[in-house]
Design a protein around this ligand. Sequence first.
Ligand code: AGP
Length: 590
Amino acid sequence: MCGIVAYQGPHDARQRILEGLKYLEYRGYDSWGIAVRSETGVLNRVRNTGEIGSVSMADLKLSQARDGIGHTRWATHGGVTVKNAHPHFSMNKKVVLVQNGIVENYGALKKNLEKKGYVFLSETDTEVIANTIEEYRKKHPLKEAVRRTMKDLEGRNAIVVMEQGSQEIIAARNGSPLIVGVAPHEVFIASDIPAFIAYTNTVYYLDDGQMVCVKDARPEFFSLSNGSHVARRKITVDIKAKDAEKGDYAHYMIKEIMEQKETTRRAVEQDEQQLKKVADMIDHAYGSFLVGCGSAAAVCKLGEYVFAKIGNRHINAVEASEFKHFSGFLTPRSLMIVVSQSGETADVIEAIETAKKKKVKVIGILNNTSSTIARLADYVFPIHAGPERAVASTKAVTAQYAVMTLLAYAVRGDIAEGKRLLVEVAGQMNDLLNPRYGQYVKKIAKMLVRQEHVYILGRGVNVPIAKESSIKLQEISYIHAESFAAGELKHGPLALITKKTPVIVLTGNDGDTIDIISNAKEVQARGGVIIGIGPHKHEVFDYWLHVPDVGELSYMVNVLPIQLLAYNLGILKGNNPDKPRNLAKSVTVK
Ligand code: AGP
C-alpha cells in the first residue's frame, strides 16, 4: 500500500516523479504529494487529496528541480486530508519524507517527542518518523540519523528522506519494497519497477535492513544494523514498458481479463525438475498449509480441493491473516505453499517468517518473481501473468489456478496430462473472451445493476470459485455479494431468499451437478432468480452463461463470466473498475 518514487539526475525531477507516481497509483489513490529540492537546497512541497492520475505538470506549481520525492497514499493512520498526505516535514521543516508502511509504536514515539517540545500537524505515523530524524540530526549526520530512526521503528515500512541544503536522498527498507533504478547520471528509487521502467531496466533490490544513499546520482548501500557498507548486485529486469500499458482498452481490468488465453497457456511453462521435486516434497510432507489473502486465499482453497481430488493429498488452506492460530502445527516436516500476485502482501510475509523459524520449506506461486516473498521462498513457481495493474486480480488468479492444478498433477505423477488439459482449456477460453459473449454478459449485468444483494453457490471445486466471484463482484460493483457451499443453504442462508433474489449457480460436468441443480431448484421455489454458469443449460436456469465443457477443470472457465459481469456492473454503476474505492493492489500492511 502507498507508492513511493524518488529521483535524482539531470532531468526535471517533477516530471519523472509525477510520471512514476501515476504508474504506482494501484498501490493507493487517496491522496498524493511531491517535494523537490531546488538548486539552492530549498525544499518545496505540493500535496492534495484524490487520485494523481489526472494531475498535470501545471497543477504541481513547483519549480524545476534535480531531485525530489513523491508519494501516492492509501490511508492507514489519519483520514484522507491534505494535512495527512505525504511528504511530511519535520517540525523545523528541514527534513521531508515519504513512507510506505506502518509504524506500530508511533504512539509511544510521539509522546516522547511531544515531551521534548515537538508539535505535530497531522494524524499520521509518518510525521513521527520525520521528527525522530530531526531529533537524531541534532547529534548525527543525516545518514546516521535515518539509520537510528529506522532502528527505533516497529512494524514494516520503507522511507525516503531529503534534507534542506544537502545533496543526498536517503532511503531505507524494513518490510516494504524499495527498488533502485539506475540510468546514466540518474537514479530512481521506487516501490515498484514500472515507476521508472520507461527510463531504465537496470536495478538494485534493497533488502530489509538496508539503506541507500544517493549523491551525485550514484547509489551507495549500507546496513541498517551497523551502518557498514553492503555490496548489492546490479540486475537487468525483463519488464517492458508496454506490458504495463493498457493499450487500446478502456481499463486495465478488461485488458487483463482478455489476456487470459495467453496467460493460462504461459502458466503451464514450469520447470519440470522443480515440479517433480516439489511434488515429492508434498508427498512426504506432513501438516502442510496453503496460505494467501483475498483472491489468493480463494486460490489456496481451490488448492485444497485439487490436491485432494487430483493428487490425493490433504493440505490445509488458511487465510494468511489467520495463520498464526495454526502455526503451532508446523514441524520441520511441514510445507508452506504461498500464493501471491504481488509477492509483497504483509500477512503472507508474516506467515512465511513464522514458518521459517520452524525450519519449514516455503514454496511460492507468484507473479512478481523479484518480490520480497520470492526472495523468502525456497522454491518459486512463476505464474508468468505479466504486470497486473487493475486492483481486481483476474489473469493472475487463473494463472494461479493453472499452476496449482499442474502441481497437483505432478503429485499424481502425471505432469504431461496436467499440461495437456490446461493448454486445451486455455484454447477454449476464446469462446468467452470475445465481443459477442461480452454483449450477453452485459445484458445480465443490466438486469442485476439495481440489486443490493447477490448470492453465489458452488459445490466441490466451485466452492472456492464462488468465493472468488463474491470478491470480484464486491470490489467492482459494490453490490453485497456472498458465496455459499450450496449444500449449506438450507442450514441458514436460504432464509435470505425472497422474490427475485438473484442467485448465481456455478456448475460443471461432474459428480456435483445433480446436487447443485437440486439446490438451485430449492432457491427457485422460494422466488429466487437463477443465473446458471456452466457447460449445459438446465431447466432451472432463468438465465444461462454458457462456458465450454472442460470436465473436472470447470473452475478454470467458470470464473471468466464472473470477471466480465463484475467489470460490466462496475461500468454501469459509474465505478472505476481499475481502482475500487478503499482498496489498493499491494497490501503491505497487516
Ligand atoms: C483481488 O481481486 C484482490 N484485490 C485481493 O483480494 C488480492 O487478491 C489480495 O490482496 C492478495 O494479493 P496478492 O496476490 O498480491 O498477495
